[in-house]
Design a protein around this ligand. Structure first.
Ligand code: FAD
Length: 381
């Protein structure tokens, strides 16, 4: 079935998560005709801790606060549930916990306020060039056409590889998340990171209003993550039953090198572009950043002010990739020798402030990497 009545849009955005929503907001605010296609009906929980630097607010002309449920002021670190380190976050680098479904909804609503069309329940199964346009087909046969395409359908996206953009081979973190009702022993405004229980990774607990997002992520291992073993120990420590909550397993694409993120009239953003931080799994900020950047470069391209979208790939390399190249090196050393990493990295008096500065975007991994890696390698020997 073909929806012949549908006009040729300026831009089709596949996926209305953080990255697609951010792109749609700015493109529609710049008066482009945008159609946002989303598979989900918005009723299911999204596996995401929701931790995000408040600094991302600067990228949006409307308040993101309706999605914010907690402002984190204190972070507790532990090694195998012991050896605690407490970090009070500086007031100038606040860290938000957002309810993820609400954030995505807020972005999509804002885009529709500017005239974008938001269609849910659309499972995109085909993407192809049709003359000078892009044609997208859904599982149920509906079709859409546009001059440009933004690929924002997350870690499972097949399109970058099929279209020859982004990394040829992808690297994944294995993750499990649990959303729990009640806060257990976690205080309002405090987040928890546990190293030691998770091989080549860490576990986290982020507070929501009346709930907690607990997650486990393993970053460089090839072995299957035994998240149940981790949660059996971690959940009672957080004041919950060891089998509490429903578990969602996800493979999360992580940053694995500088890549071309554009083609002719097409850009890839967010997890689909493998932007997620390979050390701390921070994926929301790069998703929002890439969505905003995509809109800037695509808007100029649509107006004929530039003939290529190369500037988008360059901007993401400069704003995000350069830091991730160092983040990846830190992850490779830290997660191979996590005990040393905890003692020499996390337990250093300056570490919590550095982590807060990294997560807020005030600092990049490049600013600290050489010292950190040298320290870890020297102590290991
Ligand atoms: C367990 C877990 C915890 C995390 N915690 C944090 C955290 O605390 N802080 C942080 O910064 N990052 C976190 N991340 C990473 C972060 O969630 C991602 O990097 C972020 O969601 C990327 O946004 P996105 O818009 O690129 O992708 P997504 O949020 O995955 O959005 C993609 C959208 O595309 C839609 N879609 C997929 N396929 C199709 C299709 N065929 N047709 C149409 N639509 C489709 C999906 O339904 C989805 O809505 C976490 C990830 C996981 C797995």
């Amino acid at each position: 079935m073909s929806d012949n009545a549908d006009p040729i849009h300026d831009v089709l955005v596949i996926g209305s998560g953080a990255a697609g929503g951010a792109a749609a907001v700015h493109l529609s605010a710049a008066h482009h005709d945008v159609c946002l296609l989303e598979r989900s009906d918005g009723k299911s929980l999204k596996p995401c801790g929701g931790g995000m630097a408040a600094a991302v607010q600067h990228w949006f002309p409307f308040s993101l606060e309706p999605a914010v449920e907690q402002v984190v002021r204190r972070v507790d670190f532990s090694w195998c549930l012991q050896d605690p380190v407490v970090a009070e976050l500086p007031g100038d680098a606040p860290f938000w916990i957002v309810r993820r479904e609400r954030l995505d909804q807020l972005l999509a609503e804002e885009a529709t306020n500017h005239g974008a069309v938001h269609q849910t329940g659309v499972d995109v199964t085909h993407v192809e060039r049709h003359g000078a346009d892009w044609q997208v087909t859904a599982k149920d046969g509906r079709q859409w056409r546009a001059r440009a395409l933004v690929i924002a359908d997350g870690s499972g996206s097949p399109w970058p590889q099929r279209l020859g953009i982004g990394p040829r081979g992808v690297n994944h973190a294995s993750t499990v998340s649990v959303r729990l009702e009640g806060q257990g022993s976690l205080d309002d405004g405090s987040a928890r990171f546990e190293f030691g229980l998770v091989p080549q990774g860490f576990a986290w607990a982020f507070p929501l209003a009346g709930g907690v997002n607990v997650g486990v992520g393993s970053f460089i291992g090839r072995d299957e993550l035994d998240s149940n073993a981790v949660l059996r120990q971690l959940l009672p420590d957080l004041g919950f039953a060891e089998d509490a909550g429903e578990r969602q397993h996800r493979r999360l694409r992580i940053w694995n090198g500088h890549h071309c993120l554009h083609g002719d009239g097409v850009l890839v953003v967010g997890d689909a572009a493998s932007l997620c931080d390979p050390f701390l799994a921070e994926g929301l900020r790069p998703a929002l950043m890439s969505g905003c950047e995509a809109a800037v470069h695509l808007s100029r391209w649509l107006r004929g002010e530039q003939t290529s979208l190369r500037s988008y790939s360059s901007a993401m390399r400069e704003r995000w990739g350069e830091s991730m190249a160092w983040g990846r090196r830190i992850a490779q050393v830290f997660y191979r020798f996590p005990g040393v990493g905890y003692q020499l990295g996390i337990k250093r008096p300056t570490a919590p402030r550095r982590i807060a500065q990294i997560l807020s975007g005030e600092m990049g991994y490049g600013d600290i990497a050489q010292r950190v890696i040298k320290r870890l390698l020297l102590q290991r020997g």
